[in-house]
Design a protein around this ligand. Structure first.
Ligand code: ZN
Length: 391
């Protein structure tokens, strides 16, 4: 007897090359069967999802969920299981001095799985700016914190922003890489200086520091330090990084996503791997809105639904070295599933520099299944719910 069957949805599982009408059965928190027809007498609970899309649980690779500590932190479940997202990476909200609250207060108090990256700045994002002196980094304590929380912390985060670079130069990302390497985790680097103060070509010195498995986030930023160099061309180091296995993420946030920059990067042949939000409380209200609206933005840029699902499931799972547990619907995988509606309309989605795209399909969250447990989507970030703006 199965615990749960999601019946009659269109399953899109890029990893396993599934795109079609199937029933999905869950038992003991794991995927137990994916078949043409699983009758309801075989399950304790059957949910009819006909007309809906069923995908592996969405993974948001860049969020900020240290709510109650950092002012802008969003409650994980709000952008997580109540938004059809089953796993969220916290991208460096905490550092070695402030990490303790994550395993104590955030992870056990949310149904959404939270995988934290530790900021190279000892106070994480509790201070603004984060790094304001060389003493903002404690390399030894950072490494000790990863080692003492090896089951929880997935990487080190560094932000290529002012004034950190003015104070420390490239020593800052190099120290972050050293911390990651010595503690055996990966490095995620934010590109794009929101203060517009540093040399745009700093990206050319940064990217060679990154190794296979490391992650670049904010690929489509219009701020100085993005992958479009001062001559308007894609810097060669960007494709070289991708070729040696660096993961490219496109976190939107409040200041680091431009449709036009994205189009120029794509036109020059560099395709990112992952879609993410960089969700914060104000970002949820004003700019990003949701992971599903990010998926709508990528549909509006010309990506197929299958590609958008891959960029939100199996690709982030691989970038986290979690593809044997997350990101696809194979038998025995953790039962993390998202149910989405593709809603027809005349929609318009915005970036953060005044750009927009129109699209006739919007991705809307319906429910999440996390380790076999069902969570209906909440009301959504707008007064009217989840829909994007109408043209
Ligand atoms: Zn961020």
């Amino acid at each position: 007897m199965y615990d749960l069957v999601l019946k009659s949805g269109t399953v899109i599982d890029p990893k396993n090359d599934i795109n079609g009408r199937k029933d999905v059965a869950v038992l003991d928190g794991k995927i137990a069967a994916i078949e043409e027809n699983i009758t309801s007498d075989l399950s304790k609970r059957t949910i009819d999802v006909s007309g809906k899309i069923v995908t592996p649980g969405l993974i948001d690779l860049h969020t900020h969920v240290y709510d109650g500590v950092n002012g802008n932190g969003v409650k994980a479940d709000l952008g997580g299981v109540r938004a059809a997202v089953t796993t969220m990476v916290d991208a460096g909200s905490s550092g070695c001095d402030t990490f303790g609250g994550f395993p104590e207060h955030i992870i056990p108090n949310n149904h959404t799985e939270v995988l934290p990256f530790l900021h190279i700045c000892r106070t994480g994002l509790a201070t603004t700016p984060d790094i304001f002196s060389p003493a903002s980094i404690d390399l030894d304590k950072t490494i000790e914190t990863v080692e003492a929380n090896r089951d929880v912390i997935r990487g080190i985060k560094a932000r290529m922003v002012s004034p950190a670079l003015e104070i420390m130069g490239m020593e800052m990302p190099r120290m972050a890489k050293r911390a990651a390497k010595e503690s055996g985790v990966k490095l995620m680097v934010h590109i794009g200086d929101t203060e517009h103060r540093y040399d745009a070509d700093v990206i050319r010195d940064l990217l060679p520091i990154l190794e296979e498995g490391d992650i670049v986030t904010h690929l489509f930023t219009a701020n100085p330090g993005g992958v479009i160099g001062s001559d308007g061309k894609l810097v060669p180091e960007a494709q070289e990084a991708k070729d040696r296995g660096v993961w490219l993420d496109t976190a939107h946030g409040r200041a680091n996503f431009s449709f036009d920059i994205g189009a120029r990067i794509l036109d020059q042949g560099l395709v990112p791997h992952c879609i993410s939000t960089d969700l914060t409380l104000p970002g949820r209200q004003n700019t990003v809105h949701s992971m599903t609206e990010m998926m709508t933005r990528f549909l509006a840029m010309g990506f197929s639904l299958n590609e958008v699902v891959a960029m939100s499931t199996v690709n982030p799972a691989m970038s986290l070295n979690e593809a044997d547990r997350l990101g696809s619907l194979g038998i025995g995988m953790q039962a993390d599933i998202s149910v989405l509606d593709i809603k027809d309309g005349n929609w318009i989605v915005y970036d953060v520099v005044g750009g927009s795209r129109t699209i006739d399909k919007a991705v809307i969250p319906v429910l999440a299944v996390k380790c076999g447990k069902v969570f209906e989507a909440g009301w959504g970030p707008r007064t009217w719910g989840w829909d994007p703006d109408q043209v």
